[in-house]
Write a protein that binds this ligand. Structure first.
Ligand code: 3SL
Length: 234
């Protein structure tokens, strides 16, 4: 085993990690990276993740872009698309260039910029991400988007699930991959029930967003490996 896998539990901790030469898998299970995975699986041409709302607003008047914005779980007024995976499954998505800004997910992508390669992970494409990584000769860091700097259950569980798939090919870097793996192994049989107790699932439930949560827990629904190429995800 020449390569390692490590886990960063929050974008606020990312400066502790050296990203150079590494594959960074950004994960925001609820819901940004699940949405991006869904959109690309349904034929979107590209996704431009932007950190700031103003930047996203700049695309609203440009021709040829479908714009999405979310803060605090809610769609921002004036933007045609929200942050629900179900909004990215119809014909309008095929061939589309989508611009998206979200509370934590797009921020985590921006803070991963020094990586050799940035991948977008979710339960929806878990095995595809693992299989792709196994074919590369690189160290891996899972970058959990969390919630406003805090750690969350669902992103940590994804990290554990990916560690489980890579533990024979990658040595576990620090303590966090061990912690994430132990957590994943303990609850994976009751994933939906476990996530139902997470703070963000409760927050989304409070906004009457319920179906998204169970959809985002589906494992291997899609076979896409979204990668950043310049400022776009393809
Ligand atoms: O934080 C994010 O990036 C979003 O995915 C949050 S939400 O699920 O849209 O509320």
């Amino acid at each position: 085993m020449n390569h390692s896998i490590d886990v960063c539990l929050s974008p606020n901790l990312i400066d502790l990690y050296d990203l150079k030469g590494k594959i960074v898998v950004v994960v925001d299970i609820l819901r940004a990276t699940s949405v991006m995975t869904t959109a690309l699986a349904h034929g979107a041409k590209e996704i431009i993740p932007v950190e700031h709302l103003d930047e996203a607003k700049g695309y609203l008047t440009k021709k040829g872009y479908l714009c999405a914005a979310e803060r605090g779980g809610q769609q921002i007024e004036g933007f045609p698309l929200d942050n629900s995976p179900f909004s990215y499954m119809d014909e309008s998505i095929v061939g589309a260039s989508i611009v998206i800004t979200t509370t934590n997910g797009t921020l985590a992508i921006k803070r991963s910029e020094e990586a050799d390669e940035i991948l977008i992970g979710s339960f929806l494409n878990l095995s595809s991400i693992a299989d792709y990584i196994k074919m590369q000769n690189k160290d891996v860091l899972v970058h959990c988007a969390g919630w406003k700097g805090k750690t969350n259950m669902e992103d940590t569980l994804f990290a554990g699930a990916l560690v489980e798939k890579l533990k024979l090919s990658h040595q576990l870097g620090c303590d966090t991959p061990h912690m994430a793996l132990t957590y994943w192994e303990a609850v994976k049989a009751d994933l939906s029930e476990t996530i139902a107790n997470s703070s963000h699932a409760k927050r989304l439930n409070g906004l009457n967003i319920t179906e998204d949560i169970s959809f985002c827990m589906r494992i291997d629904e899609y076979q896409v490996v979204p990668k950043m190429k310049g400022d776009k995800l393809v």
